[in-house]
Design a protein around this ligand. Structure first.
Ligand SMILES: [Fe+2]
Length: 426
C-alpha cells in the first residue's frame, strides 16, 4: 500500500509527480469571483455602538435590491416573524479580478445591550442569520481583541490565529486591526483571503481597522489609500476632511477608541487628535495606528510621529497605544502615563532591537491580545499561536495621578528570541 503522508517541506514538483498528480492552482479570478450569495460580510460602526450597527457585504452585479433583515434574538426560531427590512445602498466596484457590488446599511434606533439576529441578501438569496450585540449605554465591563499585522500568507498562517483568539475571548465586543491587514493594497485576492480568514469573527463582531503602509499605494506618485478601504468598511466620517473612515473614534462603554492614519502625520490629524482627546467624556482612552510610537524592529525610529503625536498622547494621559508595523512584539511599562504595545499576528517576523523601555519582547512569535475593561481596571493579555499566555499586565486608574501598572508576565514562559534559539542550536 502506498504511503500517502509526505512531509510538507519536501513537497515540490518531484513529490507532485511522485504521487501521480499534476494539480493546477485554481485561479484567483474564479476563487474570488462574486456571486449572488453575499460574501465579504463585515460589521463596523459608523455611529453610536449602543443604537446602531453598520453592515457591509459584496455580491455580483446581478443584485439590485440589497437589504438587511434583522430582529431581536429569541430563544427559538420565531425571531424571524418580527424581522424588519432595512434597504442597503450599493456601489459598483471593479478590481483586477472582477466587477462586483458592495452593499452597506446602517441599522439605527436599536435597543442598547441587546442581541440581534440579522442576515443580508436581495430578498431571494441570503447569508446565514448571524447574531450581533449592541453596546450598553453605561460603562459595563467588556473585552476586545487587538491584532497586529496579518499581511502575508493569511489563509495559511492567520486564520487559525483569529480562531484561537475567539476561543480565548468569546465575548469580544470588537476587533482592532492595527494596519497591514493585507500585503498589496489593491490586490483583490488578498482582500478575499482576509475576509475568509476573518469569516465568522467579522460578521458577528464589529471591526475597528486602521490603515497601514500596505493599504497604501501610489497613484501618479501620490500616496493613496487602497480603493478597497471605503467600500469594505463603513466607518465614522467625523475625521478631518480627506481622512474620513481612516481617522475616527468609537466610544464604547466608557472607552474612547481612536484610529489615526499614521501614513500621514499631518497638522490636520494632529489638530483633530487634540480636539478629540480634549473633549473626551470617557474614563479610558486607547489609540491605534499602524507605525509604532516606540519602534521595536531593528533600525527603525518614527521620529516625526514621536515628536508630533507622543506629546499629545502624554499630555492627555492616553492609557494605551496599540501599534503594528514592526513584525516583532514589544510592550512598554508606564512611559510617563501611557503603555505602548507593538504586536504582530501574521507570519512575517523581523529582528527586534532591545531598548530600555521594553518590559516584554518577542521574535518569531505570532500573538493576539485580549484587553478587558472593568470600571477602574484594565487587564491585558498577549497570547501566542498556541493560545499560551505570553505577556500580561493590569492598569488601575487612580483617583489622582497616573495609572498604576501591575506587570503579570508569566514566569514559566521565557522570551522568544532569535539569539536564544541560535545558541540552543549551537
Ligand atoms: Fe507596515
Amino acid at each position: 500500500m502506498f504511503r500517502t503522508r509526505i512531509p510538507l517541506a519536501a513537497l515540490g514538483l518531484f513529490a507532485t509527480l511522485a504521487i501521480g498528480q499534476q494539480a493546477l492552482k485554481y485561479s484567483d479570478q474564479l476563487n474570488h469571483a462574486p456571486t449572488p450569495i453575499p460574501d465579504r460580510l463585515i460589521l463596523t460602526w459608523s455611529d453610536n455602538p449602543a443604537t446602531t450597527q453598520s453592515i457591509t457585504w459584496r455580491t455580483d452585479t446581478s443584485v439590485q435590491s440589497p437589504q438587511v433583515q434583522f430582529a431581536p434574538a429569541q430563544d427559538g426560531p420565531n425571531f424571524q416573524k418580527s424581522a424588519l427590512i432595512e434597504k442597503a445602498s450599493s456601489q459598483p466596484f471593479t478590481t483586477g479580478l472582477s466587477t462586483s457590488h458592495y452593499h452597506s446599511a446602517t441599522l439605527s434606533s436599536l435597543s442598547p445591550a441587546t442581541a440581534y439576529n440579522y442576515r443580508v441578501g436581495d430578498g431571494i438569496n441570503f447569508s446565514e442569520w448571524t447574531t450581533f450585540r449592541t453596546a450598553s449605554t453605561t460603562a459595563e465591563p467588556f473585552e476586545f481583541l487587538y491584532f497586529g499585522d496579518a499581511q502575508n500568507n493569511i489563509a495559511e498562517h492567520c486564520a487559525h490565529m483569529f480562531q484561537t483568539a475567539l476561543r480565548h475571548a468569546p465575548n469580544a465586543r470588537f476587533l482592532v486591526h492595527a494596519g497591514d491587514l493585507i500585503n498589496n493594497w489593491d490586490n483583490d485576492a488578498q482582500w478575499g483571503e482576509w475576509h475568509r480568514a476573518m469569516s465568522f469573527l467579522s460578521r458577528s463582531i464589529p471591526s475597528i481597522p486602521t490603515p497601514g503602509n500596505h493599504e497604501y499605494g501610489r497613484i501618479e506618485n501620490i500616496p493613496t489609500l487602497t480603493k478597497h478601504w471605503q467600500p469594505t468598511f463603513t466607518l465614522p466620517t467625523h475625521g478631518p476632511k480627506g481622512y474620513q473612515e481612516a481617522t475616527y473614534f468609537v466610544d464604547y462603554q466608557g472607552l474612547r477608541m481612536i484610529s489615526l492614519d499614521s501614513n500621514r502625520v499631518t497638522p490636520e490629524q494632529t489638530e483633530w487628535l487634540e480636539e478629540t482627546l480634549k473633549k473626551n467624556p470617557n474614563k479610558w482612552t486607547i489609540l491605534t495606528f499602524h507605525h509604532p510610537v516606540l519602534s521595536a524592529a531593528k533600525g527603525r525610529d518614527n521620529v516625526r510621529l514621536r515628536e508630533t503625536w507622543q506629546p499629545l498622547i502624554e499630555k492627555y494621559k492616553v492609557d494605551m497605544v496599540l501599534n503594528g508595523h514592526d513584525h516583532t512584539y514589544a510592550r512598554s511599562g508606564l512611559e510617563n502615563t501611557t503603555v505602548y504595545a507593538v504586536s504582530v499576528v501574521g507570519p512575517k517576523q523581523y529582528d527586534l532591537e532591545k531598548k530600555p523601555w521594553m518590559i516584554r519582547t518577542a521574535e518569531d512569535t505570532q500573538l493576539f491580545q485580549i484587553i478587558r475593561v472593568n470600571d477602574n481596571l484594565l487587564t491585558y493579555e498577549s497570547r501566542t499561536a498556541t493560545g499560551d499566555l505570553y505577556d500580561a499586565f493590569q492598569l488601575l486608574k487612580q483617583p489622582k495621578g497616573p495609572n498604576k501598572l501591575n506587570n503579570q508576565i508569566p514566569k514559566a514562559k521565557p522570551e522568544n528570541h532569535r539569539e536564544a534559539k541560535a545558541a540552543v542550536k549551537g
